[in-house]
Design a protein around this ligand. Structure first.
Ligand SMILES: Cc1cc2nc3c(=O)[nH]c(=O)nc-3n(C[C@H](O)[C@H](O)[C@H](O)COP(=O)(O)OP(=O)(O)OC[C@H]3O[C@@H](n4cnc5c(N)ncnc54)[C@H](O)[C@@H]3O)c2cc1C
Length: 377
């Protein structure tokens, strides 16, 4: 990348996308600065599944082994009827030849700590509790103004600030509102049942799907996808009784797990929303990545994988181009179709849960997409 970016890169947002990019850029000897709005730089969430393609992106920045050591690698996805009867078992495709398992569950705070500590050790400068308020870009550089009124100049500004991206609002004249899909996702962490050595899903009444996913030798998380018409705003005091009620009819390992429903502050509820920005994903020298460009539902557990793939592809494009605008155009060309297909498949899986269609085959779609994602990004 030498010579292409003569000034630092500013990454707005220190989440999975921003941190992966920051590490990859530092490994290419690029000066990088992150601004992260959250002063505590904490993460919201319980566990996360790193699919094989996410592990491949982590391997590229030297972190796949540490992720696997901190998490729980697994290769099976077993589906049950509501009462716990076995419906189907699937061996997930892995990247054995690249030395990677099919999936790895990990606690979100542990993944964040791994990325954060690596970025800091690599020399990424981080400013917390602030953000950009204006971006003035021309063909050669971007001037960013910050909350305190200070102005700095960068070779490139990256919006890695999530589904409600502020960078997108500042620079992109595109629809900004995510679309609610009709489902919500509930999650909490609990001690791992020794029988949970892979993803275990239970398909219940009222389109509900409950699942257990291991995140370490000692812990797993419970997730529940449920239909939540009209996207209700839920008060903390409602979370425990509502989750308990939604898990009532499940059998198998779910009743024992439901005994661990924690206090409301440890239950994470998220309405599921999507958003896709059409390519190209740059305006002059400002570019989007991760959920800021393509936020998807968790039905394929691919949102973070796509964000990590964005990061390594963006660095590749910047490394083999003589021109920034050519690099940014090639980045979106390489990423758009893959992200769109995963996003659409994820939304389709959710729709089939809510409104099953005759002849629909969610397992076949999952298999097809998982195989496709084994191809390099
Ligand atoms: C219920 C649920 C379960 C999921 N499970 C999985 C899974 O198992 N596997 C998977 O791969 N994906 C999963 N995903 C998707 C995954 O969480 C996201 O795709 C991923 O977090 C996107 O990373 P990001 O860095 O782009 O955005 P974010 O994670 O949203 O990070 C954005 C960062 O930017 C910061 N920020 C926001 N605004 C500003 C601003 N104005 N200025 C500066 N900083 C700002 C935020 O504080 C945050 O740190 C799931 C999503 C949901 C909703």
């Amino acid at each position: 990348m030498s010579g292409l970016l003569s000034q630092p890169v500013l990454i707005v947002g220190g989440g999975i996308a921003g941190l992966t990019l920051a590490i990859a850029l530092r490994q290419a000897r690029q000066e990088v600065e992150i601004v992260e709005l959250n002063p505590a730089w904490s993460v919201y969430g319980v566990g996360i599944i790193m699919q094989a393609n996410a592990l491949r992106a982590l391997q590229r920045i030297g972190l796949s082994e540490a992720c696997i050591a901190a998490g729980f690698p697994y290769s099976t996805s077993v589906h049950h009827e509501e009462d716990g009867t076995l419906r189907s078992a699937r061996q997930k495709p892995s990247l054995d030849q690249e030395g990677l398992p099919a999936s790895c569950g990990i606690l979100r705070p542990n993944l964040h700590a791994l990325l954060r500590d690596t970025a800091l050790a690599a020399g990424v400068r981080v400013r917390l509790g602030t953000t950009v308020t204006a971006l003035q870009d021309d063909t050669a550089q971007v001037q960013a103004q910050f909350k305190d009124g200070s102005i700095q100049t960068y070779s490139l500004v990256v919006g890695a600030d999530g589904i409600r991206s502020h960078v997108r609002k500042l620079c992109f004249d595109v629809p900004q509102q995510p679309v609610f899909t009709g489902q919500g996702c509930w999650r909490f962490a609990l001690p791992r049942d020794p029988q949970v050595t892979g993803a275990m899903m239970y398909h219940g009444r009222q389109s509900r799907v409950a699942g257990l996913v291991p995140v370490s030798s000692k812990q797993m998380y419970l997730l529940l996808l449920s239909e939540e018409p009209d996207n209700p705003r839920l008060a903390q005091s409602q979370l425990q009784p509502m989750l308990r009620e939604r898990l009532t009819h499940f059998g198998g390992l779910i009743p024992a797990a439901a005994k661990h429903i924690p206090a409301a502050q440890d239950i994470i509820y998220r309405p599921l929303e999507t958003l896709l920005v059409s390519a190209p994903w740059h305006r002059s020298r400002v570019v989007l990545m991760g959920d800021a460009a393509h936020a998807m539902t968790p039905h394929m557990a691919q949102g973070a994988s796509m964000a990590m793939e964005d990061a390594v592809v963006l660095v590749d494009c910047l490394s083999d181009s003589a021109d920034v605008s050519d690099a940014l155009a090639r980045y979106a060309e390489r990423r758009f179709d893959r992200c769109r297909r995963v996003l659409q498949a994820s939304v389709q899986l959710g729709e089939w849960q809510l409104r099953p269609e005759p002849g629909s085959d969610p397992m076949a779609l999952l298999r097809e997409m998982a195989d496709e994602l084994m191809k390099p990004a």
